[in-house]
Design a protein around this ligand. Sequence first.
Ligand code: MN
Length: 222
Amino acid sequence: MVTVAVAGGGTFPVRRIYCVGQNYRAHAREMGGDPDREFPFFFAKPADAIVPSGGTVPYPPMTAQLEHEVELVVAIGADGVEVEPEAAPAMIFGYAVGLDLTRRDLQAAAKKAGRPWDMAKGFDHSAPLGPLLPAAEAGPMHAGAIWLEVNGARRQSSDISELIWKVPEIVAELSRYVGLSRGDLIFTGTPEGVGPVVAGDRLLAHIDGLPELGIAIVNGRG
Ligand code: MN
């Protein structure tokens, strides 16, 4: 069982990881999308892709373009099917800072060929995740700075108030497609400024009010 640390003590067992694509307007534009015409969409990563804060990410095989995406992550604490947005906040266990690491070259090739994104998004070590802060302490997370630094240089900087789909809407919409249960994580999308990382880079991810996430990229396997 994969678990993540809870700030203040304890652990949270992880069941599934879902991710939202293109949920900030400026990022949708930088990826060639049109945020006024295309709805955000979902994809998944395996639960054992999680790397805790302070950990290392071996540079993955089969890519020459590993990119960072800093994201607000929602942890689901209760079962829910076809829930209304108004009912979603009561299902939320807590929040964390996450990185949706992406093999951008494989994603671009998959998009072009109309093929699945699994190998672009769901590879080993592709989901670094900071400690979870319980919702009672985090508050509603409507607004707050979100940023990512690589070796001390700011690469991504926005505010979670810029999310196209807000957290309750994301939870409600995803619950129309799959039954949500305690242990599910939802990566809510990244703001603009995504870019490549290489072995030796140190990444620091931040969202106001949440425990920070720090990881290092190291030389890959073999
Ligand atoms: Mn993402």
